[in-house]
Design a protein around this ligand. Structure first.
Ligand code: WTA
Length: 641
């Protein structure tokens, strides 16, 4: 499992050598403030910071570059105009391959961002306001985020695949008074009804906004409600719109993510530290060379889209593809068609996409040229060595190093990853810590494990890209991340460190599951299930899934007068889809007459997980169960599926 794959030579001039990595890493630990103040020079500041990190994990208090002021839209767009005004910034590739590609230079991007920012101001958005985005993967998704940053508004992007219910909850939670959306989107040849979902969300009781800015994209017929709804093209103007001077610790965005309990948390990132982190990690991890085309396939609705579609690449003045579509439309060669069409050099995608494409056979890949590819990256979930090898050998023809980047919504950007040139690779291992990152493995009792070991992954020292709080609920931030192991940030992931100091993420150790690289809280799915009037109780766990990594396995008990059936199972699946969104659609529903509980009433999830995994021999101690015979019935039910 632990053999090295020597990285192919990349024809890059700036990659980090092993010696440089060691020296920089050592310096980043020994002199963190000096190191990060130096990295901060990757950005333009109105007032350059003199302070590095001022933080404590007990009590929890995190600031970076506290006395600096800057604007990230200026850094992502305006400051490139002098020397990159005519260079490509964005290349839009539509869902339909015969549709119109749209390419924008940095100057054109600047024009679009200013128009969007002026429209937001005309709508009444002011500095500090939260603005919810519910967008397809189009240029305006990017310009809307940058326009918010420009005027000092805080964006909260909600993935366009979430339901009106989920959208409504996120609008209310961050007290957002504005929404930016589009008439519709296209994915895999099918329309996505964004504006009508916004209308449905806003029809919920207690959801009220002052304005909805609508981008014309598909041309679908769209109901506009006056005076609330306004078209972007009617409100936009080319008037000057200056970049607000923001303090480093002013909020930049809120992004909702699932945790092990309760409703999704609004993870809050601030301006200076996040900007430095995404700029620096993009530079070192992807080793971007001027003139190259970068392509991150993530949607802007996820953190990967924030950090490596919007901020990281644009802060570095890169050219990149914005892809509206999906990997398997119109056929399984679409990724490689896009790579060839736009001469993509760096491709960053998720293991679930790699596995899905691998299953379709090599011919879809080998029939395309791909000679432009120089570097491959993966993110979002552990990559199994078979998929890694296929990515490296078939897609990259062993020419391209693979960077497996471990990180989280809460970390802002890559934390553990091999760096091209600096590290030999191990298929399935994320590799070594990025600069400034001190990972620590602990056992359940809080003992620190040294050397080669497996345990729970924590980080002992703050880094600039770290989330600062959960919007409106700082206690929850402290509870969730800093109470498991006092004085440390707890990631929620299990991890092994091998004899070479490489880290192998084994997956979540909490009640979060990772479905196709998307984080889902099992508690959220349970809450959705019990909203159905047949469901008395539900427990949701992950189960192995060839393509998705993990599937969603639901144990459901019904009210006494209801009977489980295939039809009801399908109804429940549709019900969850409607409540949360298609990504939360259950894979399995097992009806049961009870859930395994301790005598004090606590559901024993360990047992449910094992049964869902078909690991009937490893159920452990079941003697503390209130009804031990239930386990046999559950196993029987699983066997019969
Ligand atoms: C998992 C996505 C293994 C992990 C950027 C983490 C990974 C969760 C990797 C965060 C990787 C992400 N190898 N596991 N390279 N990258 N994960 O917040 O369990 O959507 O805690 O951020 O994804 O998911 P999130």
């Amino acid at each position: 499992m632990s053999e090295f794959v020597e990285p192919p030579r990349t024809n890059s001039a700036t990659h980090c050598t092993p010696e440089q990595y060691e020296a920089l890493y050592r310096r980043s630990l020994e002199q963190p403030d000096a190191f990060w103040l130096e990295q901060a020079q990757r950005l333009d500041w109105f007032t350059p910071p003199t302070l590095g990190g001022e933080w404590s994990y007990d009590p929890v208090f995190i600031e970076w570059f506290g006395d600096g002021t800057l604007n990230l839209c200026h850094n992502a767009v305006d400051r490139h105009l002098a020397d990159k005004g005519d260079s490509t910034a964005l290349i839009f590739e539509p869902d339909d391959p015969s549709g119109e590609t749209r390419s924008l230079t940095y100057r054109e991007l600047h024009g679009e961002v200013v128009r969007m920012a002026n429209a937001l101001k005309a709508l009444g958005v002011a500095r500090g306001d939260r603005v919810t985005l519910y967008m397809p993967m189009i240029v305006e998704g990017v310009t809307a985020m940058l326009a918010c940053a420009r005027i000092g508004a805080v964006h909260s992007v909600v993935f366009g695949g979430f339901s009106p219910e989920a959208l409504a909850g996120r609008i209310v939670d961050c007290e957002s008074r504005f929404v930016i959306t589009a008439d519709g989107g296209m994915r895999g040849g099918r329309p996505v009804a964004l504006k009508s979902n916004v209308d449905a969300a806003l029809a919920h009781e207690g959801v009220a906004v002052d304005g909805v800015l609508v981008v014309r994209h598909t041309g679908a017929e769209t109901a506009m409600q006056a005076p609330r709804d306004r078209w972007l093209h009617e409100l936009a103007s080319d008037a000057d719109c200056l970049c607000e001077e923001m303090r480093a610790e002013d909020p930049l965005f809120i992004l909702y993510t699932s945790g092990s309990t309760g409703k999704p948390k609004g993870v809050l990132h601030t301006t200076g530290g996040y900007g430095v982190w995404t700029a620096a990690t993009f530079h070192y991890v992807f080793d971007y060379q001027p003139g190259e085309v970068f392509w991150c396939t993530a949607d802007i609705g996820w953190v990967t889209g924030h950090s490596y579609v919007v901020y990281g690449p644009l802060l570095n003045g890169a050219a990149q593809v914005i892809f509206e579509g999906v990997p398997n439309y119109p056929d399984h060669g679409r990724f490689w068609d896009v790579v060839d069409k736009h001469s993509v050099a760096i491709l960053y995608t998720a293991p679930t996409a790699i596995r899905a494409l691998m299953r379709e056979g090599d011919a879809h890949v080998t029939s395309r040229d791909r000679s432009s590819l120089r570097l491959l990256g993966t993110v979002g979930e552990p990559i199994n060595p078979e998929a890694w090898r296929w990515y490296f050998e078939v897609v990259g023809e062993k020419r391209c190093p693979v960077v497996d980047t471990w990180w989280q919504t809460e970390t802002g950007g890559a934390m553990i990853t091999t760096l091209p040139g600096a590290h030999a690779m191990k298929p399935g291992s994320a590799g070594k810590p990025f600069f400034g990152i001190r990972p620590q493995l602990l056992d359940a009792e809080g003992e620190v494990l040294s050397g080669a070991a497996a345990g729970n992954l924590a980080i002992t020292h703050s880094w600039p890209g770290q989330a600062r709080t959960v919007y409106g609920d700082h206690d929850r931030f402290v509870q969730t991340y800093f109470s498991t192991y006092m004085g440390r940030y707890f990631t929620g992931d299990g991890c092994r460190r091998d004899e070479d100091g490489y880290y192998w993420i084994t997956g979540r150790v909490d009640d979060v599951i990772n479905v196709s690289g998307h984080r889902m809280g099992t508690a959220e799915i349970e809450s959705a299930l019990v909203l159905h009037d047949s469901v008395a109780e539900a427990a949701v766990v992950g189960c192995p899934h060839d393509i998705k990594g993990q599937g969603i396995y639901c144990y459901v008990t019904l009210y006494a007068d209801r009977e489980g059936s295939d039809a009801l199972a399908e109804e429940l699946r549709q019900h969850v889809r409607k409540e949360i969104g298609p990504i939360a659609t259950p894979d399995h529903i097992q009806f049961t007459d009870g859930l395994p509980k301790t005598r004090s009433g606590k559901i024993m999830r360990r047992i449910l997980r094992k049964i869902a995994e078909n690991e009937f021999g490893a159920l452990g101690d079941t003697s503390t169960l209130a009804d031990p015979s239930l386990v046999e019935r559950l196993v029987e039910g699983r066997r019969n599926r």
